[in-house]
Design a binder for this molecule. Structure first.
Ligand code: ZN
Length: 578
């Protein structure tokens, strides 16, 4: 097994659009959350099966976001916030190890197992990244042991018979179980994980359905991020057992999602009023009605995490392209410009006028919590984790090229400059001190049809949708220059309907009502030039097309989060509507 590793916290400082988004959402959301209220769900056991039953997920989701943000930019005030709320959460643990938002008589019904999964994942991430505290590690282990005492094989019913979405919410605990095993080395947890995966008494259909290779929308009820969370568990189980079938299933599932579900904006989910299910979304993204809302933010956060996780084992550059598309478009677009809020459902429909609105107050009388508001910052902060990965012998994989500093675990750093992801050249300059040989693998995006790559001025041949590996002795002031192909690309609707979308680099461009008529059709030539539109400060990137009309990057379009500010992504194609 040769899994790529994440760099230590603080290794990657992004200074482009994702770096700015991380800074803003840390300051304006994560530093302001009422963490004590999130702990109240456990302190006062506020959830119940016949009412609101997911207060218990907010703590783990929010703390996981905060830890990702701290990894991207470690600073003491955020560490203090996280340290304090972890201590507060642990104060709610019973003598038997139970941490639950449900009264004992209701356990482990409804979303109790789902909620506890997020508690365990929050504590595990804290131990992995911030503080290898034996007390926190033991609290996570005791919390899981208590849950194990309530389900098969120790007692009671199968874990899959609890929870929602035909057991998927409960089954998604698989990855958390393996992470607790890694943290503690206690074989009981690995044995439980294997039991969960294999428990085939007819009550464990989730993993069998995923193995069957059905399209995602036909797997149980199609609930998108619960399903991906289950597949994340399969990846973790593969890493412990070496069973390659598990990885194969996860890879095939990834391809099924790309082929059936992902929109031009890199996100997915539809069917209901908030966009939470797989439902052949790739083909329905251009429908104007009857498909529900598009793109729950939790779906895109989980998609990014799932694909990045898979990329570490496959080193498939096409997967990195998917992560990038999701980050700069759907993910960044779900966040308000100041980072304080996130959409729950995202702009709907994409082939007509639509607007953004924030999700909040999901549970009346219980603060400003919403599942997507809790997880949204995690998706944004994952950009720093994605930007570079470590292989063996000092090998470095670079995935993202917005301006940044990458500090290498072996010492020294690489400075990335240029105009990525919008236009212009990109340069990587080395500051290493002593010269050192290692393999640098540069992601050459699939969207860049022809990329010029020069190492200290000498051309190196590279191909799109691959990692170009340069293994040499690197020295101070060595420079790699990359000229990506930012030609405009016209993409036609996957369902054959007469709409087109405009992309340039990894960015989807669309109409915004402050830039002109959002129903203007799209010229078919793909030509563009940078715009000097006077309101450009409200947008990250504005371009002018050959007919003089303007487009904004999708993530900035509709950034007022109000019906006064409409946008449209799929446009009438002039070639189809002469
Ligand atoms: Zn959500």
């Amino acid at each position: 097994m040769n899994t790529l590793r994440h760099l230590p916290p603080g290794s990657v400082s992004l200074r482009g659009p994702m770096g700015e988004a991380i800074r803003l959402t840390t300051r304006n959301r994560l530093m302001r959350v009422d963490y004590s209220l999130a702990v109240d769900a456990f302190r006062n056991r506020l959830d119940s099966p016949d009412g609101w039953c997911w207060r218990g997920e907010f703590w783990g989701k929010t703390v996981r976001s905060a830890i990702r943000a701290w990894e991207a930019s470690p600073f003491d005030e955020l560490r203090d916030v996280i340290d304090r709320t972890v201590v507060d959460l642990l104060s709610t643990q019973d003598a038997d190890g139970c941490i639950s938002s449900f009264a004992t008589k209701f356990q482990p019904e409804a979303l109790d197992i789902w909620n506890r999964k997020y508690v365990i994942l929050g504590l595990v991430r804290y131990c992995e990244s911030m503080n290898k505290s034996p007390a926190v590690r033991d609290a996570a282990a005791r919390c899981l042991s208590h849950l194990m005492s309530q389900v098969r094989p120790a007692s009671g019913r199968s874990l899959y018979q609890y929870g929602t979405h035909k057991g998927m919410s409960s089954a998604s605990i698989l990855g958390a179980v393996i992470k607790v095993y890694r943290l503690t080395g206690d074989r009981r947890f690995l044995d439980f994980a294997k039991f969960l995966y294999a428990d085939d008494d007819g009550a464990a259909p989730v993993f069998r359905a995923i193995e069957s290779g059905l399209p995602p929308s036909q797997i149980l009820d199609g609930k998108a991020y619960e399903m991906m969370s289950c597949v994340e568990g399969m990846i973790e189980l593969y890493r412990e057992t070496g069973d390659a079938h598990l990885l194969d299933h996860a890879i095939r599932h990834y391809h099924d999602i790309v082929e059936h579900e992902i929109y031009v904006t890199g996100m997915g989910g539809l069917k209901d009023t908030v966009g939470e299910y797989w439902n052949e979304g790739r083909f329905k993204q251009t429908k104007l009605e009857g498909v529900g809302a598009l793109g729950e933010t939790c779906v895109i956060v989980t998609w990014i995490r799932f694909v990045l996780n898979l990329l570490r084992d496959t080193r498939d550059a096409a997967m990195a392209d998917q992560v990038e598309l999701a980050l700069y478009n759907g993910m960044l677009g779900s966040m308000t410009l100041d980072g304080s809020g996130y959409s729950h459902r995202n702009p709907t429909p994409l082939a007509g006028p639509c607007w953004r609105k924030t999700g909040a107050y999901q549970i009346r009388g219980y603060g400003d919590f919403d599942c997507c508001l809790a997880q949204g910052p995690e998706g944004i902060a994952t950009a720093a984790r994605f930007a570079a990965l470590a292989g063996d012998d000092g090998a470095l994989y670079v995935n993202l090229y917005e301006p940044a500093t990458i500090r290498l675990p072996e010492g020294g750093e690489i400075e990335i400059g240029g105009g990525y992801p919008y236009a212009g050249g990109t340069s990587l300059r080395f500051r290493l001190g002593a010269a050192r040989r290692f393999a640098l693998s540069l992601r050459i995006p699939g969207w860049s049809a022809s990329t010029a790559c020069r190492v200290n001025g000498e051309s190196v041949a590279v191909a799109p949708e691959t990692y170009a590996t340069i293994n040499r002795e690197w020295r101070d002031d060595d420079t790699v220059e990359l000229d990506f192909d930012y030609s405009g690309r016209i993409v036609h609707a996957p369902d054959g309907s007469p709409y087109s979308a405009f992309l340039k680099g990894p960015i989807v461009y669309c109409r915004d009502s402050f830039l002109g008529d959002i129903n203007d059709p799209l010229p078919g030539d793909g030509r563009w030039e940078a715009s000097s539109f006077p309101m450009a400060g409200a947008f990250r990137s504005v371009i002018t097309l050959s007919d003089g009309s303007r487009l904004s990057d999708y993530a900035s379009a509709g950034n007022k989060f109000d019906q006064c500010n409409m946008l449209r992504v799929w446009l009438d194609d002039k070639a189809c509507h002469p």
